[in-house]
Design a protein around this ligand. Sequence first.
Ligand code: SF4
Length: 570
Amino acid sequence: MKLLRVDMNQSQVRWEPVPPVYERLGGRALIARVLLEEVPPTCDALGPLNKLILAPGLLGGCSVTAAGRLSVGGKSPLTKGAKEANAGGTAGDVLGKLGIKAVILEGQAPKDQWLILRIHSDSAELLPAGNSRGLGTYATSDLLQEMYGASCTVISIGQAGEMCMGGAGICVTGEGRQRSNHAARGGLGAVMGSKGLKAIVVDKPTGKTPPFADADLFRGAARTFAQKLINDPKLGTKGSQHLYGTASIVAAVNEMGSFPTRNFSNGNFEGAETLRGEHLREVTLARGGEAGTRCMPGCVIACRNVYVDATGKPIVGTLQYETIALLGSNLGLGNLDEVAVLNRMCNDFGLDTIETGAALGVAIEAGQGQFGDFESIRRLLAHVGEGTVLGRIIGNGAVATGRVLGIRRVPAAVGQAMPGYDPRSLKGNGVTYATSPQGADHTAGNAFGARKEVNPLGIQGQKELSLRLQIIAAMLDSTGLCLFARPPIIANPQLMVDMINGRYGWGWTVEDYDRFNRDVLRTELEFNRRAGLTTADYRLPEFMHTEPLPPHNATFDVPDTDLDTVFETL
Ligand code: SF4
C-alpha cells in the first residue's frame, strides 16, 4: 500500500511507501496517529500546519458488505482536537482498491488559487478548479462527472467549505447519480477549504483487488458476516432499518423524551407523528420515490431513501434521523417536505445538518426566526449559502451563533453541536458527548441501542456503558464499517479478526484487536491533551444541569467525577 502526499503550497503530489508506524492502521486509527506524529497540536485548525487526512478503513476495497466508508480527519476548527468523520458512497472502496492507505493534504494553496486533485490508477495531479469554484456540492459533482466520466467518485466541498465555516462537511458521491454522503462533522469541510482544494476526483479502478494473505479465511468470515446481517431481524430485508431507514427510531426517541425540540427545550415533540420512519416510507413510495436504497455497492442493509416532492421529483436522498431531529423537531417543524428542502440546502452548501440545525435553533431563540415557521427558517439558512454576515455566523455552528447572538442555551459539548438525542433523557449519550475525544458526536458511542440495558434516566452504569460504546465506535471507524452493521461483530469479534487476518496475515487475536481499538482513543486523547483541552472542556453546557427537560423533567446529573474517570480502565 502507499500514501499520497499533496503539498498544496507547491502544487505538488508525491507517492510514498507506508512508514512502519502507520502500517497496521486504517481509517480513524490512522488519522489519530498521523495527527499525533505530524500535526502540531496547538496549530490553527484552518492554518497551513494542520493536515487533512482521507483514509479508507482496514477493510476498504475488500468488498465486505457495508465496509467501504471513507474516514476524513484533521484538527477540528470546532472542537480544537482530533476529529474523524466518515462517509458512505464509493470513495472508501475505490481508494482501498487502488492500494492507497491515505491521502494527506498539507500546506495551503496561494490565496484564491483553487485546485482539484485527480487520482487515476497509479498517478495523481493537481488541476485548476475552474468553473467548479463557488458551486454547491450537487453542481460540483455533476460538473466533474461530466468532465471525468460518470463512474468517477467525487469528494467535494460546497460554498460553506470554501468560506471555511465551522459547520462545513465534505460530500462524497455514491453509485451512479447518487449524491450527498457526508463526512459531516467537526468542520472538516472548512479544513479542506482552508487548503484551497475544491474537490478530489478518483477514477474508478478496473481489475484492481487487494491481495489477501489467506483468501479462504477472509471470504469465509466476510460471507458469514453478510449472512448474519441479512438474517438480523432489525437489519435484514424485513427489518426496520431497511424498511424505514434511520428514521425508524423517531417514535422511540420521542417516547423516551429525548427528541430535541425547539432548541432542546423539550424532549417530546407534538408533531413527531408525521416525522416517523413509517410515515416517511409511506409518503415516499406513494409519490414514486425510493426506499431501501444503498450508499455503497453491496450493502445488504440498504437503509437509504430518495425523498421526492408531491410531483415525484427528488428533493433529497437520503432523509435520515439526525437531520429529521435537528432540522425538524428542533426547529418546531413536523412536515417532512419542509425538512427535506432544508436538508437539500444544507447538502448543497456542504453543511453538517446537525451543526446547522442546532445553530438555527439557537438563532431562532435569539429572535432571528420563528420555531415552526418554515419560511423564516429557509431564509435564515439561505443566508449561509450567500455568505452574509448572519449566514457566516450560523454557518460557523451552534457555539459561534450563541456567542454572537448572546444565547446561553447552546446544545454543544467540546465546541460541537449535539446530535438528535437530548442527553438529559439519555444520559449515556451525555457521557459520550462530554468525554469523547471527538466532541458531541453520537457516532462516537450511542447509548440509544442500550436503553433496555441501562436506564437512560439514571446515572448508574452510564460511564461504563459509554466507554464500551466508545471502544466499539473506534473499531467501526477504523475498519470502514458502517455503524448499522455492528451487531454481528459485537456478538462475535472473531469475525472481524478473521477478516483482518485473512486480508493482512497479521495473526491477530481478539485481545490484539481490543488493544488496537483502545489505542485509537488513547492516541486521540493524547493529541487533545497536547492541544490544550482539559477537564473543563469535557463537559455539557450548564443549562443542561439546571434546566429540567420535559416530559421527565430530567437534568443531566451524572457527576463530574464519573466524567473525569470514564477512561481510567482504558
Ligand atoms: S446501512 Fe445504510 S449508511 Fe450503512 S452502508 Fe448500508 S446503505 Fe450505507
